[in-house]
Design a protein around this ligand. Structure first.
Ligand SMILES: Cc1cc2nc3c(=O)[nH]c(=O)nc-3n(C[C@H](O)[C@H](O)[C@H](O)COP(=O)(O)O)c2cc1C
Length: 419
């Protein structure tokens, strides 16, 4: 009997997935065997034999790590949309620093701890989730899937992940909450109209969102140099999303713009925003308020002093500044400044369970993931989102066992060190 190419590929992946989950791998004999069944071109030069290359997966179940979804997404998206997703700003120093930053730390594995039942239960503002991995707010998901944020919610529900919904959502907020089956957090871009910002927050609270996240890192000029964003390669009518002469016309198709009076808005973000102006949101909502986009201990201290309830260490996945400072490098000083007074989440560049565990050991309460679940959404819809989150969760559990931490509270700064 001869196997065709697809059958062989699926069979090889099934075996790899089985081997990846097997404690027998530790024996040392199986890696050599597994390597021998992979084609030579599957093996990158650095011998990371579990990372297949040159081959695009045909279903979410085949993936062995999140990068496999990236390849599918890249093949599916037109260049301009791929550019929108992947770009940073300027020379992309911060984008690259974010990934490189995880390499500045190594974990310190401890042995002979009972890790037979690792537990990633995470509590945020009294709500318990199955995982510390949070779905970051990513706007305009219609670019990636016809069901946009609602489809993401179906994927996030499977592993009980917290999801944060962007102001720039294409799906109706109420539909996303219904698909997720429990309250989400609502992310606000405070436009230069205070009335509009307040109206949106009231709508979010009435819809059932439980926490308000205010993004403060996009305020001024962002120099976009990536030319693929401007490259039009298909003949679709792009007018619905890209048409319009005025700022109002440009955003009208989004539910959180369509449903509101936009007359006072001249800018969808507010370059004049200060701690004092932000403080006024307190009078608008009873929801806890989390500030997203802080990168220094000084600002973290101010966030706590101004009475905000939490913060997200973030540079918008390298899209907000060209400072070249990685979030993982910024995290330890920020955690020290906050001193446990409010939860500190972080994001940007997380692609592996080891990245998650390093952040948690350095004091993050939870981490948010952006582009990887969008790769999954683009590739295979909710199944792709579910699989990306499942892979990151499985890698996180494995890392917790390797460092000897059965629960989230066992992950400590002593388990991580700078190289
Ligand atoms: C295409 C794209 C759109 C985004 N849209 C938003 C948004 O609407 N609001 C927001 O607060 N952050 C937004 N972000 C930033 C993410 O919330 C998150 O900070 C970032 O993606 C994390 O980095 P990562 O993609 O490397 O995981 C966006 C990121 C991307 C890639």
């Amino acid at each position: 009997m001869s196997l065709d190419g697809t059958t062989k590929r699926v069979a090889r992946r099934r075996l790899l997935q089985y081997l990846a989950a097997s404690p027998l791998l530790a024996s040392g004999a199986l890696p050599a065997f597994a390597e021998s069944i992979m084609r030579a071109e599957d093996l990158p030069a650095d011998k990371m034999w579990l990372q297949a290359t040159g081959e695009v997966i045909a279903s979410a179940k085949e993936a062995v790590n999140v990068f496999e979804f990236e390849a599918v997404a890249r093949a599916k998206l037109p260049p301009a949309h791929w550019g929108f997703l992947t770009s940073g700003i300027g020379g992309e120093e911060t984008l690259h620093a974010n990934r490189a930053g995880y390499g500045h730390f190594h974990l310190r594995p401890r042995r002979l701890v009972d890790v037979s039942r690792p537990d990633t239960t995470t509590t945020l503002f009294g709500e318990t989730y199955g995982s510390p991995i949070v779905v970051a707010p990513v706007g305009s998901q219609l670019v990636f899937h016809p069901q946009s944020e609602t489809e993401t919610a179906r994927g996030a529900k499977a592993g009980d992940h917290l999801q944060i919904l962007s102001t720039q959502t294409n799906s109706d907020p109420e539909a996303v909450i219904a698909a997720r089956g429990r309250p989400l957090w609502f992310q606000l871009y405070a436009s230069d109209s205070a009335e509009l910002a307040a109206a949106r927050v009231r709508r979010a609270e009435a819809a059932g969102f439980s926490v308000l996240v205010v993004t403060v890192d996009l305020v001024g000029q962002r120099r976009l140099e990536r030319k693929d964003i401007l490259r039009r390669s298909d003949k679709r009518n792009c007018g619905m999303c890209h048409g319009g002469a005025t700022i109002e016309d440009k955003v009208r198709f989004l539910p959180l713009y369509r449903d509101f009076d936009l007359s006072g808005m001249t800018n969808p973000v507010d370059p004049a925003m200060t701690w004092e102006s932000l403080k006024r949101l307190r009078d608008v909502t009873k929801m806890p308020i989390v500030i997203k986009g802080l990168m220094t201990p000084e600002d973290a201290t101010l966030a706590v002093e101004y009475g905000f309830d939490g913060l997200i260490v973030s540079n918008h996945g390298g899209r907000a500044d060209e400072a070249g400072l990685a979030t993982i490098d910024a995290l330890p000083d920020i955690v020290a400044a906050v001193g446990g007074r409010v939860p500190v989440l972080m994001d940007s560049g997380i692609r592996r369970g080891s990245d998650v565990v390093k952040a948690l050991c350095l004091g993050a309460t939870a981490v948010c993931v952006g582009r990887p679940y969008i790769w999954g959404l683009t590739a295979f819809g909710s199944q792709g989102v579910e699989s990306v989150l499942k892979l990151l969760q499985a890698e996180t559990l494995a890392m917790m066992q390797q460092v000897g931490a059965p629960t989230m509270s066992d992950l400590s700064p002593a388990m991580v060190a700078r190289r």
